[in-house]
Design a binder for this molecule. Structure first.
Ligand SMILES: [Zn+2]
Length: 209
């Protein structure tokens, strides 16, 4: 029965709130959940975060990333797209590659899903291939900024000539920025003239990546 119900909900106009299940309404979040969204995170210069990593965005990111709820991922991607709509348009969107084992276990790269969604919304192509992890890294969770940087040194490579291109790196969560920094270096080495980082949420403390 729950399956039939969710199928019907998909066919009928409006849908239940993706967070609390109330509904149906025209948008993906009911009004109370919408009002509970955290404010955009304040970040320096070239990093944009649609939200602070706080309730209920933290739950939504987790449901997307660990629960494989791709509809929630699309919603998050659309929100990020709205957030960057006024930004200078890059030539290309990229996503940090997942470690092979992580990708096998999860079945999808959440950052790439977000990048695809943002790319469709703002009309910028996504290159799915150019970045690779050349070295498996240990989990970043629980590591401080310096340890993260050390952990990521030489971890990425870029297979594409990006000379003169303005690139935006799309990711789900920004913690210390070590990943974005390591990839940004590689992208500039590949010739990128400008590298921005666009993320759904910014954590207040280094507890995820
Ligand atoms: Zn709700």
């Amino acid at each position: 029965m729950p399956k039939i119900r969710s199928l019907l909900a998909r066919l009928l106009p409006g849908q239940d709130c993706i967070l609390c299940g109330a509904g149906p309404s025209a948008s993906r979040l009911c009004m109370p959940c919408e009002r509970s969204l955290p404010a955009p995170a304040d970040l320096p210069g070239d990093v944009i975060a649609a939200y602070a990593y706080a309730f209920p965005v933290d739950r939504l990111v987790q449901r997307f990333k660990f629960g494989g709820d791709l509809a929630v991922g699309r919603w998050l991607g659309e929100r990020l797209a709205e957030c960057v709509a006024g930004e200078p348009r890059p030539d290309l969107l990229l996503a940090p590659p997942l470690a092979a084992a992580r990708l096998r276990e999860r079945g999808f790269n959440q950052a790439l899903q977000l990048a695809s969604c943002v790319g469709r919304a703002i009309g910028v192509p996504v290159d799915r291939e150019p970045l690779a992890r050349v070295r498996e890294t240990s989990s970043q969770a629980g590591l401080g900024r310096a340890a993260r940087r050390q952990n990521l040194r030489g971890a990425f490579r870029c297979a594409r000539d990006l000379r003169g291109m303005r690139v935006a790196l799309v990711d789900d969560v920004f913690t210390t920025g070590a990943t974005a920094e390591a990839i940004g270096e590689v992208l500039r080495e590949a010739g990128a003239s400008d590298v921005r980082t666009w993320v759904v949420a910014r954590t207040p403390d280094p507890s995820g990546d």
